[in-house]
Every structure is written in C-alpha cells, then in structure tokens.
Design a protein around this ligand. Sequence first.
Ligand code: T4K
Length: 400
Amino acid sequence: MKKLAKLEDLAILGGRPWFEAPLHVGRPNVGDRARLFERFNRMLDERWLTNAGPFVRELEEKTAARLRVKHCVAACNATVALEIAVRALGMEGEVIVPAMTFVATAHALQWQAIRPVFCDVDPVTFNLDPAAVEKLIGPKTTGIVGVHLWGRPCDAEALADVARRHGLKLLFDAAHAFGCTYRGRPVGGFGDAEVFSFHATKVVNAFEGGLIATNDDALAAKIRLMKNFGFAGYDDVVYVGTNGKMSEASAAMGLTSLESLDTFVAVNERNYDRYRANLEGLPGLRVIEYDRREKNNFHYVIVEVDPGAGVSRDALQKALWAENIHVRRYFYPGCHRMEPYRTLDPDAAARLPVTEAVAARVLALPTGTAAGPDEVDGVSTILRFCMLNGRALASRLVRP
Ligand code: T4K
C-alpha cells in the first residue's frame, strides 16, 4: 500500500494513485443473485414481462406494507413518477421547490410547463425551510415539493401546516429516503404523496425504477391510470396518460434488493461510523449527521468542507479523483444555476444564500456494499492528509 509521507506522494502531484480502479459513489448494491436469477427464470417461463405483472404487484404490496401506506404504485423511474404525481395532483402555475436537489425534481415540473420557484433551505437540515416557503407563496402557487435530501427527512409536519393553510398540494421527492423515518413513522406516508427512486445508485434498486406512495385512494387510482396511457379498461382511455410502467425485470431486481435492504443499511451504517471515527476532529471538515433517534438508511456519506480551510472543496475533489476516488459534489451548483432555470430566473441565487453556501461545501464519499473498511480507510487517509496539509497542497496546485 502506498505511504503518504510527503506532498509528492499524492497522485495529483505525481505519486501513484491510492486505488488502482476507480472507487465510485453510487456503486449499486447487488443482493442475492440466486434469488434474482430464479425470478428472471420464472418471468421468462411465464412470458409476462411488463404491464402490471406479478412481480410489479408483489413489489407494490411489499413496499406498501413496509412504508405503512395504503398504496404504492411502481413506475419506470422516479423522474417520470414525479411528473405523474405532479400532474395527478393538479399542480400548475408555480410550485415551490428547493434548488438544493438533483435536477430531476425541478425538471418534473418544468417538463409540464409548471414554474419551479426555488426556495432556500434550512442551514442545519439543508431541507426546505417552511418559513421561507410561506414567504414565496403567491397567487399562482399550487403546490410544494419537498426533498428529503440524502435521506434526512424534511420537516413534513411544518410543511403540511403551510400547505393546509394556503390550500396547496404537498408532494415529497423521497428519492433518497427509502427505509428512513420522520418522527418514528416511515417516510412515504407524508404529504399527498411521496416519490422514491429505485435507480441503480439507490439503496433499493430495480436497475431503473420509481415508486409513488400515498394514502389517498382516488389519487392512487388516477396515478395508476396515468402511468398506463390513461387506460381504464380495454379500448377505454379516460385521461391523458404516459408510459410510466415498471418492467418485470426491474420489479424482480427491486424485490431482490428489498429483501437485502436491512443488510445494505447495516453496511452503510458501518461505513458511515467508520468515516466519522476516522475523520473525527479533523479541522475544516465535518461529516453530516443523521438523527439517531430515527431510522436512517445512511446511503449517503456527505462531508462539508469549511470555506476557510486551507484547501478548497474543489481542489480536494481533484486530489481525490487523482487517487481514483470519484467523490461527487451532489448537488452543485444547485438547480437554479442549471438551464433552463438560470436563464428563466437569473436572480435566483440572491434569494438562496444557504443553498449557494451548501452547494459550494459538500462532497459525497463512496459507500455501500462496494466499499469495505479498506476503501473507507483509504479515502479517509487521503482526506486527512489533504486537510492537514491544506495550505501547502493548495499552493502547489495553483503553481503552473
Ligand atoms: N430526485 C432526486 C432527489 C434524485 O437524487 C434523483 C436521482 C431523482 C429525483 C430521479 O430519480 P430517477 O429518475 O433516476 O429514478 C445519479 C443517478 O442517475 C440519479 O438517479 C440520482 N438521483 C443521482 C443522485 O445520481 P448522476 O448524474 O450522478 O449519475 P452517474 O452516471 O454519474 O452515476 C453516479 C455514480 O454511480 C457514478 O459514480 C457511477 C456510479 N454507477 C452508476 C451506475 C448507473 C455505478 O457504479 N454503476 C451503475 O450502474 O445521477
């Protein structure tokens, strides 16, 4: 294993990379292959590949039980699921949403000509600040979309209170939050509906997949129609619809993944705790916390780099990439600085000081079942060395 004795040992300054192959954030959890192939064989034997097949129905039943909601509707991915939920809820005009999220949250609105009005986030939780939401409500506002960023739940009750008082629809983008709780209740049952992602990079994965959870019978029925072209029966279309269906292959993976969820979460928690122990007390760097009174999936390990640290977040990212550690700046630079939003609302940054600051500080580290103690220790060693030698490293990086 390489030693880090002097700055030149860093790969960015000519040393050998710490890892031979790239270490990714978001490496998929695989689960029990035998169970997966068993399901694939059943699917092929029965020749039922999509359109509300048995695995999709089983996945919907099992997730509804786990989330303690009346209805779960599986979808091809969370982006289309968000679009369908937004439409089924009758959102239009303007909808309040954080900019500190993956761009799909905003796109799901803009795609159907609804203006996302970006709201700042709370400086501690990095989730929608309910007081800031209330200030943005105007005559065209029809809804709020909260995001449980990195699996840390929004203040769902405060947002529900704002929504209720102003007659707004409330949807949660719960893409990161499968297996998490808010005030002891599973995320999934809050607001009018919640949308999960089962993308390959998520804690439960269906290759590509999404899930809409709701306790509203009429809404669930409408969502089911909308994700299947609006068909209410053979030859009978009752709404404008789309193709948002999940395939049986995806549902087979989703079910297999769900069976291993507790193991995945245990690995994530072990990695998270190891990172915390390794990086404890390191000046200029902080691992974001999860509320241990709640259930967390620990799927993201996020560090905040102090803007006053010797080395900048972006220089640190470059140094880590040179070591084959592909850390990510989720969700830099914020949706408001991406197209079409930066053109449509060029002054948004001024309203979003916390978002701006957070997006400039964070890095997501590799974790999940593809990262064991050696990987966590390797990443931590590089981080420690770079932070402790921050000024010297920064001065070497600017030199031509
Ligand atoms: N809302 C929120 C808050 C979200 O975070 C997301 C998705 C959505 C909505 C929409 O959900 P979906 O429509 O996707 O169901 C990735 C994912 O593609 C995206 O699903 C996810 N959020 C986002 C946080 O991460 P990118 O642009 O970072 O993808 P990419 O290709 O750079 O891959 C991420 C990392 O994972 C890389 O380090 C490589 C690694 N990877 C990826 C795949 C697909 C693997 O190792 N193996 C793989 O198979 O968006």
